[in-house]
Each structure stands twice: as structure tokens, then as C-alpha cells.
Design a protein around this ligand. Structure first.
Ligand SMILES: [Cu+2]
Length: 322
């Protein structure tokens, strides 16, 4: 069992008892031939947020995979890559996990703590075996993000649990329909893509985001994120990184308050700030990349965790002119 999975399981047990924009193309191997399911460049996969659903390929080859995430909707979205246990199909995923999360949210909005705990108590045992493999971070309406992760063969599920009118995008709209989840299979074929090269490398730990090498710059950036540590918080989330634009003195605080999905307005679209992408949770020891074009100005890297300012999981960054 991976450390991240063990931590998530611990978190679940605690709960049960106590209650990316326009970017740089990926590096291409000289001897590889185009074979991606959805575009010409090796490892490049386009996924689209349309309204409250994902569109994307059903099958992709393995290796370093760059998800070009086109948010064509009027809402903020992300695309977390989950890997459910083999016996959990998409319908089971919806019924046993997405549905109880919505019941818990409804109970939180009603200030009914007993009902929150009752909803958490129905979480399936397999939730402890759910792996997270990164994926594009929070991205505002109309933007394009790009996030690169290494994917081994297997079955994966994209999910976005941003809320609209108190309802998670992952929640089924009824009649057996699925919410904002999309299943895809990574085959044993090698996509031939090389690992990206970054101009800035950050380390993410349980208590901080640190710039290790390089710098953000005006123009195109490819940012490497090393997940030095991972944690499973009582809110079921862990360490990840999202890039946001700071346009006013209140933005940092407003974004930090918005990052807790358990509050009525938390993680609810529209967001108080503009999000430019990032990289979702991965297990400790792994790393991934996201790419973004930046204008000179003020930005921040922030984790989607409750009270990121208090946890130290915020790093303001300034980009100066060329
Ligand atoms: Cu969404």
C-alpha cells in the first residue's frame, strides 16, 4: 500500500470515529511516432470541461502524459486523476462515494452535525485504497491549462468536486446519470513522450511550499512540483498546488477562505480569484509539472486545504517584466 493510501485510510478512520492557461508543448522523443488518442504530439491528451461534464478520450497510452485542459464552461473546474480499486466501477464510485459526500455537504449546510457524521459513516472501506495521480488544478472559466504526470497502465477516473449552488459537480444529476467524472484506461503501449523540462521547481511538504530552483518568469513557464510529503486531512483532501492571480489586497485571504469545501461558499463557483491551473494531489515521493503563460504581476501558489494560510501552504510569487 502506498503511503498516501495509508494516510487516507487513517483519515477516514478518524472521521468515522470522531465523527494550468496556454502553454509549452511537451518534450518529444526524437524516435517516437505520433500515437496519442487525441492529438499529434506524443503524450498530449486534450480534455474539455463543458458545462458540468468532462469530454476526453477513453483510452490513452502510458508514460509522461500532458493533459491539455480546456475549460469551455462558465465555471471554475479542475480535473483530479483518481485510481479506484479494480472492483469499483464508475457506478459504484458514484453511489458509494459521490452520493455520501453530497449528503454530508447538505448536512453541513443545514448545520446538522449528526447527519454529517451519519453520511461519513457510510463511506465504503475501499476509500482507503483510492489513489490520486495529480491532474490539472483549478482553472477559471474560459482558460486552458496544462498538467503533466506519469501514468502507468490501469483504469483511472477524472473528477471535479467544485460546487455550484451547493451541489458538487461530481454529484449525479439524477436518473442514473453521472456527475463530473470521466473514466479512461491507460494501455500498456508507451506514448514515447519525454519528461518535461522545468524553469522552476517547487517542493510541497505538509507545512510549506518552497522554491528550490529557478524562478517564474514573464511568458511561458513549465513548473515542476515535488511532492516531498503527502497528508490526508479530516476534510479528505491532501497537498496539491494551484496558481492564482492576485489583483487586489484582499485576494490572498479571499482565496484562502474559499479553499475549504466544507463551508457553504467554499470551492463554490464562481471563485473569488482567477485560477490559472496547477497540479492535484499525488503520493509522497512523486512529482509532476504544470505549464502556464504569465504576464508580469503578483500571483500565489496555494493548496486546496482548509486554512492554507495557517498551514503555510501558500507562497506568494511576483513575476517581473521581461
Ligand atoms: Cu467542476
Amino acid at each position: 500500500m502506498l503511503p498516501g493510501r495509508r494516510l487516507l485510510l487513517i483519515s477516514v478512520l478518524v472521521l468515522l470515529s470522531a465523527c494550468g492557461r496556454e502553454t509549452v508543448p511537451p518534450q518529444v522523443a526524437a524516435d517516437s511516432s505520433p500515437q496519442s488518442a487525441s492529438s499529434g504530439a506524443p503524450g498530449l491528451v486534450t480534455i474539455r470541461a463543458v458545462g458540468m461534464s468532462f469530454q476526453g478520450p477513453e483510452t490513452i497510452p502510458a508514460g509522461w502524459t500532458t493533459f491539455r485542459f480546456e475549460n469551455t464552461s462558465a465555471m471554475v473546474h479542475f480535473a483530479m486523476i483518481d485510481r479506484p480499486p479494480a472492483q469499483v466501477d464508475l457506478q459504484t464510485f458514484d453511489e458509494q462515494l459521490m452520493a455520501p459526500f453530497q449528503l454530508a455537504m447538505d448536512a453541513m449546510n443545514a448545520n446538522d452535525e449528526a447527519a454529517v457524521n451519519a453520511a461519513y459513516a457510510t463511506f465504503p472501506a475501499w476509500v482507503g485504497d483510492l489513489e490520486r495521480h495529480g491532474g490539472p488544478g483549478l482553472l477559471s472559466a474560459g482558460l486552458v491549462g496544462q498538467t503533466t504526470v506519469f501514468l502507468a497502465p490501469g483504469r483511472y477516473v477524472l473528477e471535479c468536486y467544485v460546487k455550484t449552488d451547493g451541489v458538487f459537480h461530481t454529484t449525479s444529476p439524477g436518473n442514473g446519470q453521472l456527475g463530473m467524472v470521466l473514466e479512461f484506461t491507460v494501455t500498456s503501449e508507451d506514448n514515447g513522450a519525454l519528461e518535461p523540462r522545468a524553469n522552476a521547481r517547487f517542493t510541497l511538504s505538509n507545512s510549506g511550499i518552497t522554491l528550490e530552483e529557478g524562478a517564474l518568469r514573464a511568458g511561458s513557464n513549465t513548473i515542476r512540483v515535488d511532492f516531498a510529503e503527502q497528508q490526508a486531512l479530516p476534510s479528505f483532501v491532501g497537498n496539491d498546488i494551484h496558481l492564482l492571480q492576485l489583483s487586489g489586497p484582499r485576494d490572498l485571504q479571499a482565496a484562502a477562505e474559499w479553499m475549504d469545501w466544507r463551508t457553504p461558499d467554499g470551492l463554490q463557483s464562481p471563485s473569488p480569484v482567477r485560477f490559472l491551473g496547477g497540479i492535484q494531489d499525488m503520493a509522497a515521493g512523486r512529482h509532476g509539472y504544470f505549464s502556464v503563460d504569465l504576464e508580469p504581476g503578483d500571483y500565489a501558489l496555494m493548496a486546496e486545504v482548509p486554512e492554507p494560510l495557517g498551514m503555510g501552504l501558500v507562497l506568494p510569487v511576483s513575476v517581473s517584466g521581461p
